[in-house]
Structure formats: C-alpha cells, structure tokens
Design a protein around this ligand. Structure first.
Ligand SMILES: [Zn+2]
Length: 183
C-alpha cells in the first residue's frame, strides 16, 4: 500500500460535520498492545474510516475496514506464520456507557468524551478483536515438523503399542502399592 499514515487524531466535530473519509497506514509503534501479539515487526496495517451521522437517529457512526498483514507465532511449530486480518469497522461514537443500551446490534460502542478522537487507539482495538484465536500454518511442512519431533521412528514402528503402554504399567504399579499398604 503506497498510502501515507492516517492522522494521529481527528477533531470529532469536524470529522462528523464534514463526513470525513480517510484511509492510510498505521505504524506499529502506535499500536503497542497489538504489537505484543505479533512474532515480528514485519507488518503492514492499513485502515479506511468514514464518519457519518445517521439522518434519522442522529447517531454518529464510524464505518470502514481494517486490512493488515502481520507475522504471528504458529501454535504448532512455533515458527512465524503470515496472518492476514481484514475486518469491517462499525462503531457508534458515544459520550457515555449509558447510551449503549439503545444501540442497534450491528454497531459497536466507542466511547469518546474528548473533542479529539485518537485514531490509533481505535484501530488497535479493532485489530486485536480481529486476531484469530488459533494460529497455525496450513501447509504440510508445519505438520511434518511436529510429527518428527514428537514421534521418533522407533515408536512409530512399534507393532504392539499396548504392550509398552506406560500408563498400563503405571496403574499396575499403583495397584500393587495400594495392596502392600493396606495389608
Ligand atoms: Zn507451523
């Protein structure tokens, strides 16, 4: 993306009054909590935001999309994996939590009592919400790597695994011990 960075903040009254639309990148340095979730600083974070006022309800709405490409740690092989994040933004700007009750379900509340709206903070929250719960490579190399580590060839070749079942042996020992103790 060749677009420059979005501004650090917007003036709330102006942004909604002028129905501002903006798009651009956000530097990881402005997203410290999100950055902590990543495996590296190899990241591209883009966002587009449109400010509007609902003509009927007068509700101030911010809609848009986040679009990011980041590196996270694969939960299987612990190597970096590229993750694409793309999520819509549907926020209603509120001045207090009391207003959340009347909010329609398609809008998420965003509370801002200041005349300035910090954009990085807003984008960071949306990025964190968009993070996948399970992070895994989807290629064979990742799966094979794990099997190589956990299952040595000798065990894989075992014809009768039940004979060497360590849990069976252990429970046998426990039963013996219990008998000895009770007598
Ligand atoms: Zn992996």
């Amino acid at each position: 993306m060749s677009e420059g960075p979005i501004p650090a903040y917007v003036d709330v009254r102006k942004a909604f009054g002028q129905m501002l639309s903006l798009s651009g990148s956000v530097s990881l340095e402005l997203l410290p909590r999100f950055r902590e979730c990543l495996a590296s600083d190899q990241a591209r974070v883009g966002v587009s935001l449109s400010f509007s006022i609902d003509p009927i309800t007068g509700q101030r709405q911010i809609s848009g999309v986040i679009d990011a490409q980041v590196e996270m740690t694969c939960q299987r092989c612990l190597q970096p994996v590229e993750v694409g994040l793309s999520d819509p933004i549907r926020l209603a700007l509120l001045v207090s939590e009391d207003q959340e009750a009347g909010l329609e379900p398609e809008w998420d509340p965003w509370i801002c009592i200041e005349p300035k709206l910090e954009l990085a903070e807003l984008v960071e929250e949306q990025l964190i919400l968009a993070l996948p719960i399970v992070i895994l490579h989807d290629d064979e190399a990742c799966i094979n790597k794990l099997e190589y580590k956990v299952v040595p060839e000798t065990v894989a070749d075992e014809k009768e695994p039940s004979a060497a079942n360590p849990f069976a042996v252990l429970s046998g020992l426990k039963a013996k011990k219990a008998k000895t103790e009770s007598s």
